[in-house]
Design a protein around this ligand. Sequence first.
Ligand SMILES: [Zn+2]
Length: 137
Amino acid sequence: MTKNYITETITKEVSKHISSTCNKCGVEKEFEQVDDYIFNNYSHRINVEFEEGSIYENQRWAFDLCEECLVALVRTFSEAPEGIQANKYPRESFEHFKLTGEFDEFSGYSESEKEEVLNKRKEYLAKQQAFIDRFKC
Ligand SMILES: [Zn+2]
């Protein structure tokens, strides 16, 4: 049995997400499409599902926040959100983030701990360089 094919052009209407408006500040961020990837330009969708017992039971809220508003909101938190970058002192890391909006790998470190880490890095780099130098002509 032989399969037979024809080629036809199909025109169909599709909806395309082209921008998001921050629910907090109202700024609209346009999306950029490059090939098959859509850059959402630092707009974040937040989904909340209210469970049984809540006065909002069975409601699902969804809203968009621009990155500036999201970071500003998180900086008001008393506890760090899961997944946020931290070093071995998560409390101090998060407090530094709340003050500056940035991560400092040495938040909470004593001067001697910081020096120890930096010295280990120097030693590691020196070993790497020595290894590389072994193969130089
Ligand atoms: Zn915003």
